[in-house]
Ligand binder design. Structure first.
Ligand code: COA
Length: 315
């Protein structure tokens, strides 16, 4: 059943939930920066770039909770229709927590999921965020998967080996189609991976801190068979790098290309004098974990994925 536009939170405040409008951009950037904890604040220019990713569609998928004129909470839905799922990312201003706003936002997200015809909603939280985990458990979410955030320092990386017939280069403008085919093939069997749309990939290749030139590619017989998508950001900790995605075409997996392409990606970021490099990996992905550990990465914290069924069940 659709929710009324006005809902009364548990402490008697009257909360209005509505979808995002572009005029809300500044307020949403301030809200996300206030909720962001230890991460760097996000500028409205950068947030605009994230919201303009073609499949993001904030006017349909981003919900805002207002107390009068005050933006008190938000929830963004990321549709993953091909895998029957939506991912939600939410936050409520500290002074407005435990008043029922988070519950109202998750109900709106679940309704959006039903509208999209998907069966589940997933949310990720840091292992240390016990409040968020209690919130999700209270709403009927169950823990489903554990990821690790890993980091390595700026120590030099070994050179990529000279594998016969393998040529290292960078992607160029217009290579988004090639990248999306390779990315979708490399991750096809991975937990929670929803095939990427080429237009989304084109847009993501121009997000702050990355570009086609920052995707290191390995070619064999002229065909791109492995890639390491890197990102370098300038924040309060100085320049830091991230391995955003790295993948090897399934028919070439197990041939040493993963290590070659990872080292090439690390060298590309280290040449920019980053203080450290981070990545996230599924704890059950043994081969990737082994590769990262042996290239100097160490666990820094776990990220827990929670899930709830929304089909055949009221939110
Ligand atoms: C997680 C978060 C969105 C919850 O929002 P909220 O508005 O405080 O949550 P609600 O008031 O709607 O709580 C809903 C249910 O969760 C429970 N809950 C919320 N926080 C809790 C806590 N710290 N401990 C125990 N239970 C908690 C509430 O008791 C309520 O259950 P009930 O209705 O059965 O009593 C908010 O704490 C937040 O912004 N945290 C930082 C951002 C974050 O971690 N986001 C990721 C998670 S989506």
């Amino acid at each position: 059943m659709p929710l009324p536009r006005q809902a009364t939170g548990r402490c008697g405040i009257s909360i209005t939930i509505r979808t995002f409008r572009w005029a809300d951009l500044e307020a949403l950037a301030s809200l996300q920066s206030a909720i962001g904890g230890n991460s760097d604040p996000i500028s409205s220019q950068d947030l605009r770039l994230w919201l303009e990713i073609p499949t993001v569609q904030p006017e349909l998928n981003c919900f805002l909770a207002f107390d009068g004129e005050t933006l008190a909470g938000y929830l963004q839905v990321f549709p993953e229709v091909p895998i029957d799922n939506i991912v939600a990312n939410a936050g409520v201003l500290p002074g407005y927590r435990r008043r029922g706003i988070g519950r109202l936002l998750i109900e709106r997200a679940s309704n959006r999921g039903v509208e999209l015809g998907v069966g589940t909603i997933q949310v990720s939280v840091q292992e240390s965020a016990e409040d968020a985990q209690s919130f999700l458990t209270a709403l009927g979410f169950k823990f489903v998967r554990r990821y690790q955030r890993m980091r390595r320092g700026p120590q030099p990386s070994a050179d990529p080996a000279n594998a016969p017939g393998v040529e290292l280069s960078r992607l160029q403008e217009g290579d988004h189609q090639v990248l999306s085919v390779l990315q979708n093939a490399s991750f096809a069997t991975h937990f929670g991976f929803s095939p990427n749309d080429p237009d989304d990939i084109r847009h993501r290749l121009h997000l702050p801190g990355t570009s086609p030139e920052d995707v290191v590619a390995a070619r064999k017989d002229g065909e791109v068979v492995a890639y390491c998508w890197t990102r370098v950001e300038d924040g309060k900790e100085g320049l830091t790098g991230a391995v955003w995605m790295t993948g090897v075409q399934p028919s070439h997996q197990g041939t040493g290309l993963g290590r070659i392409i990872l080292r090439a990606g690390l060298q590309h970021m280290l040449a920019q004098n980053v203080r450290y490099i981070e990545l996230e990996v599924d704890e059950e992905n043994g081969s990737a974990r082994h590769l990262y550990i042996t290239e100097g990465f160490e666990d820094i914290h776990a990220i827990l994925w929670y899930q709830k069924r929304i089909r055949d069940q009221t939110a």
